[in-house]
Design a protein around this ligand. Structure first.
Ligand code: SF4
Length: 228
């Protein structure tokens, strides 16, 4: 399965690293606020992986890392084979995931193929389904990925995109309990875009986001705003 998008040079997707970001199409969520609605999840053309490797060959020494993003990369049947090739070229690998495939995350880490994981915490478990845009979501896998990341030794972050329509203070209290003891949580500012799955949602104000940080701080080592 090929990737459908590439950001050839990013300073924003892997902290302190220069990265190339690859986007894949499949996703088992339909988060209403997803920025990749039209650009990735409905993409009709793919980029041959050989072309990506050829490009990266010319960027050795200039780019530190490749971010495998989506969509949901862990749904790609040949993800591991692709990451093996990227790793062989000497790049650090960051995986972006919604956490629904703990077995894939575990296999990649235990095969020394990923260096950093960013996992979305969409919301409190009470509101997870509606925030992820899927009915009757089984949260067991999400819990397993959270627990695995927090205990396996990999460097990781959790991240929550704040939407005024979905997130309130009680959700932050619930999230604090769900990921209590975690290393990092970023609360990300939402920006409404043409490419969103649902238009017209609203960002959480900076003042409210700062209140959310205070709720979460006692339970998580580092809680920061991103994009505010
Ligand atoms: S934001 Fe949601 S729908 Fe969009 S790629 Fe991520 S998990 Fe899938």
């Amino acid at each position: 399965m090929d990737f459908v998008g590439i950001d050839k040079f990013s300073l924003l997707d892997y902290e302190d690293k220069i990265a190339c970001v690859l986007f894949c199409k499949p996703c088992n969520f339909r988060c209403p606020f997803c920025h990749n609605g039209t650009t990735v999840l409905e993409a009709e053309t793919t980029i041959p992986f050989e072309d990506i490797l050829e490009y990266l060959e010319t960027r050795k020494g200039l780019i530190d890392a490749v971010v495998v993003s989506g969509g949901e990369p862990t749904l790609m049947p040949d993800l591991k084979e692709k990451i093996i090739k990227l790793k062989e070229m000497g790049f650090l690998i960051k995986l972006d995931t919604n956490g629904t495939n703990p077995e894939v995350v575990k296999d990649l880490y235990e095969s020394n193929l990923i260096d950093y994981v960013a996992m979305d915490i969409k919301n409190s478990f009470r509101k997870y389904s509606i925030t992820a845009g899927v009915k009757n979501l089984d949260l067991t896998k999400i819990s397993q990925t959270i627990q695995y990341l927090m205990t396996c030794g990999i460097d990781y972050e959790f991240r929550t995109t704040l939407i005024d329509e979905f997130h309130d203070a009680s959700d932050m209290s619930d999230i604090a309990q769900t990921i209590k003891g975690a290393k990092r949580l970023y609360l990300q500012k939402f920006v409404d875009r043409e490419s969103c799955i649902q238009r017209g949602l609203h960002e959480v104000s900076k003042e409210k986001a700062e209140q959310f940080v205070e709720i979460l701080k006692p339970y998580i080592d580092k809680v920061s705003l991103r994009g505010y």
